[in-house]
Design a protein around this ligand. Structure first.
Ligand code: SF4
Length: 393
């Protein structure tokens, strides 16, 4: 590949963390997307967009109610889509056909991989194991920076997919030696029925279940899911309702409720915040977020500050400077959180796990590999302090 001047400048800024370019400080002020976008980008119901009839990969939805005039209301997430016959939901996975709500995303994943658990990211859950990861299309958010927009913003019938009904998905996971099934990539809440049925079968076969999600789910649906959930990584996109509306097309409070429910139910979970320059890099906001986590959830849920790279509608923003991620981590540690990571920065010292008591490195990471592991029965080998997590690899 030939590298022209423009490409050279781009790769330089990526390689150097967006903080310096050709020896000059890179300034980032007045991003027009931050200033000029609409204040609320929440998705809308698609009127009259439903297919004429069900297909093989449809099931009647869970958690919905019937309303007058054959309308239905989905109760799974705070969007609470109210659909008339022939309408399609905000997440594009659900349709009202003659007064019954159906999912069109059941047994038709468009992405299937056997991933290292570290990729989710889950750093305190059975390190160096493989998790069978799947996704159908669909999302209840509209993130400007979506990394998987080709599938998250598509309709189930618009993409190529595998046929993998719940029992087949569990068989495939077991055959590949996966310890768990991860519902991931797009937004698992929007293929809730497929996830829940697969998770129940997986549990019966001795496999575990991991939810990788934006956490935008109503409490009843989440409680139901918690019965078969072993771990989760939930995005906390920002600690500001305004930014949730502007950047993600959602709201903050339901996500905070999700954290409280998972905590109360004893599900292992980790938190990921993607530090988007100009949106999610404000120190006061980071401080308020960490104080809330400490107060409501305690110090032990791992927190990942991950690096933004240009994507989708924010492809003109620079990557997050590494120094910004380090500052976020410092704020979190100062607030009293015990396990704080920097993500999407290979070889960074904050990829490792340090015992919060003696400060020694107890899990060393090199990408998705674990070259050093210094825990015994889930406790630091050096000082005996218990490290929270599921360490039964
Ligand atoms: S899960 Fe989908 S259909 Fe249900 S309320 Fe949320 S966006 Fe609407």
């Amino acid at each position: 590949m030939t590298i022209n001047r423009r490409r050279f400048l781009y790769y330089s800024s990526v390689a150097l963390g967006g903080s310096v370019c050709l020896g000059l400080p890179m300034c980032f002020a007045g991003n027009p997307l931050v200033a000029a976008g609409p204040d609320d980008i929440r998705g809308r119901v698609l009127r009259g967009d439903a297919p004429k009839r069900r297909w093989k990969w449809s099931r009647e939805a869970l958690h919905y109610r019937r309303l007058e005039d054959d309308r239905t209301q989905c109760l799974i997430c705070p969007n609470r889509c109210t659909l008339s016959p022939g309408d399609r939901s905000v997440c594009r996975s659900k349709v009202n056909l003659e007064g019954t709500l159906y999912t069109l995303a059941y047994g038709n994943p468009c992405a299937v991989h056997n991933d290292p658990v570290e990729k989710k990211p889950l750093y305190h859950f059975r390190p160096q194991t493989k998790v069978f990861s799947l996704a159908t299309t669909g999302c209840n958010f509209r993130c400007l920076n979506c990394q998987n927009w080709e599938i998250s913003q598509a309709r189930p019938e618009d993409v190529r997919f595998f046929e993998l009904f719940p029992a087949e998905a569990v068989d495939a996971a077991a055959a590949r030696g996966s310890v768990a099934i991860a519902y991931t990539y797009s937004e698992a809440i929007t293929y809730y029925e497929y996830m829940r049925d697969t998770a129940r079968l997986a549990r019966a076969r001795g496999l575990q279940n991991l939810l990788i999600s934006n956490g935008y789910i109503n409490r009843e649906a989440l409680e139901d899911l918690c019965d078969v959930l072993d771990g989760a990584n939930i995005n906390l996109k920002a600690f500001s309702d305004g930014i949730y509306r502007k950047l993600n097309g959602g709201t903050l409070q339901p996500v905070l409720e999700t954290f409280k429910t998972l905590h109360r139910r004893g599900v292992h979970f980790e938190i990921t915040t993607l530090v988007v320059p100009g949106y999610v890099d404000d120190d006061a906001m980071t401080r308020a977020m960490c104080d809330w986590i400490l107060d409501k959830l305690g110090p032990d849920h791992p927190l990942h500050f991950t690096r933004f790279v240009p994507r989708y509608k924010l492809n003109r923003l620079p990557p997050t400077p590494v120094s910004t991620l380090e500052r976020c981590r410092e704020i979190a540690l100062k607030a009293g959180l015990h396990y704080v990571y920097v993500g999407n920065v290979p070889l960074h010292a904050a990829n490792h796990t340090y015992c919060h008591q003696c400060g020694r490195r107890v899990v060393e990471r090199l990408g998705y590999h674990i070259p050093g592991y210094h825990l015994e029965d889930g406790a630091c080998k050096f000082c005996g302090t218990a490290i929270p997590g599921r360490w039964d690899a």
